[in-house]
Design a protein around this ligand. Structure first.
Ligand SMILES: *[C@@H]1O[C@H](CO)[C@@H](O)[C@H](O)[C@H]1NC(C)=O
Length: 436
């Protein structure tokens, strides 16, 4: 029995809020749009309203509108056909590759969600039906570099090395695969199973317009580092790391303070030797320090966004007047904060970072209500936002998440918007402000 599958790509991909470069077909939406009904008959759901489609630049509209006819005779061909239609990256298109260096347990997952949300669509674990670290959305793929561990947990017991040690990581494979993805090729990537500490069967990764590599060593190997279009380092000072671990492992899990100290101490030599120096290679560093507004305060943070100048496609955000050194204490009346607390101080400095000129934005302390941030946001320029209030709106979407009412959330959000801006600059396309 023969069946004819006619897919009008433009309709099938539900272009509603999506504008991509010609040929980019958002992955999840396209596959959702095709549903397999009985036997070899296929149903195609087209969104009734494709009004937003008219806002799409002509170049991409014509691509979306090209009808594709596929004749399939069996299930295997059907799978191939769906795969073809679902392909997220057209030939000739090159993904933009972002590196994020960060230790485990420092709020990376919230940060990653903030970044991927800027490209629309929900992000989910790669649906392979087993343990995976890969997060995917229509436009983005987030790959965890732990998947390039050389040995499983048992193997590391034999070598006596930590996973922080470069000798426990397969940089040759990491390089090959980052390079292949950047060239738009599929890869079969190993999986490090964090639950069991095993190296599992590889999973297939299809390149998307944005690919983020996050983990311990994204800039350690020079070949890998050079493939990164933008490099972010999350720098949590030892004091803050300790406070967070105490909160999580002592207060919530009942571990002793002594054992937490020992655990941190045991990791420190390798961390200092192999992970920390990568921050000098970063284009942008989010640094989390204890507050300077009160002594011995363990609950408030001083968060800095260190933005290196002269990085391609990266225009640092600034307060009022670019290049000025500023210290600003917003009046509590404007912030409508009723609760007593350390208050908030915002600052801008021009500093050197690893010998490079950098524009630094800092936020010390916290605020009570996220929507008050609108007042603060308006004082900033070049935040990467597409409308006034986008930073605040995006922060409200993560209300209650760690860091949502201090500089962590604010500066992570700006960094996420910058990633979108950098993507637009490199790929020469516009991502619409998400309608949701
Ligand atoms: C861990 O290993 C066990 C035993 O092999 C297996 O049944 C289980 O599914 C694994 N867990 C995960 C999350 O992979």
């Amino acid at each position: 029995m023969h069946a004819l599958l006619v897919a009008l790509l433009g309709l099938a991909t539900g272009a509603s809020a999506y504008v991509g470069p010609a040929g980019f077909v958002p992955r999840a939406r396209s596959s959702q749009a095709i549903s397999r009904s009985q036997g070899h008959a296929f149903a195609l759901r087209a969104p009734l309203s494709s009004a937003a489609h008219f806002g799409t630049p002509l170049a991409s509209r014509s691509t979306f509108a090209s009808p594709v006819s596929l004749r399939v005779t069996n299930d295997k061909e059907m799978d191939l056909a769906i795969q073809q239609i679902s392909m997220s990256l057209a030939s000739g298109q090159k993904p933009v590759v972002i590196g994020l260096a960060a230790d485990s347990g420092c709020g990376k997952s919230t940060f990653m969600r903030r970044v991927t949300a800027c490209f629309g669509g929900a992000s989910k674990l790669n649906p392979i039906g087993r343990e995976t670290n890969t997060l995917i959305s229509d436009m983005t793929t987030v790959i965890c570099l732990d998947d390039y561990h050389l040995n499983d947990r048992q193997g590391r017991k034999k070598t006596g090395l930590t996973a922080l040690d470069p000798r426990e990581n397969n940089f040759d494979l990491m390089y090959e695969q980052v390079k292949a993805l950047k060239e738009g090729k599929k890869i079969m990537k190993p999986i490090y199973n964090h639950v069991n500490g095993t190296l599992d069967e590889p999973e297939e990764i299809t390149p998307t317009p944005i690919i983020i590599f996050e983990g311990l060593h994204p800039f350690y190997d020079k070949r890998v580092e050079e493939l990164m279009d933008f490099k972010i380092y999350v720098d949590i000072t030892p004091e803050v790391k300790f406070n967070w671990k105490v909160q999580r492992d002592h207060e919530e899990r009942g571990h002793s303070i002594e054992s937490i100290k020992q655990q941190i101490e045991a990791r420190k030599p390798d961390f200092d030797a192999y992970i920390d120096p990568q921050k000098n290679k970063a284009d942008c560093v989010i640094q989390v320090l204890p507050t300077q507004l009160a002594a011995n305060d363990k609950t408030h943070l001083n968060v800095k966004l260190i933005q290196c100048k002269d990085v391609d496609h990266f225009a640092p955000t600034y307060l009022w007047d670019e290049g000025s050194d500023i210290e600003w204490v917003p009046p509590r009346s404007k912030l409508a904060s009723s609760a007593p607390g350390v208050g908030m101080k915002i600052y801008q400095k021009n500093e050197k970072w690893a010998g490079k000129d950098a524009a630094v934005i800092g936020m010390d302390g916290k605020y009570d209500k996220i929507d008050e941030m609108m007042y603060v946001e308006k004082q900033f320029a070049s935040t990467g936002s597409k409308f006034v209030g986008e930073v605040t709106k995006k922060m409200l979407e993560y209300e209650g998440q760690p860091g949502s009412n201090d500089g962590t959330g604010f500066l992570q959000t700006i960094t996420a918007l910058k990633v979108r801006e950098i993507y637009e600059g490199i790929a020469k396309v516009k991502v619409p402000a998400q309608a949701n």
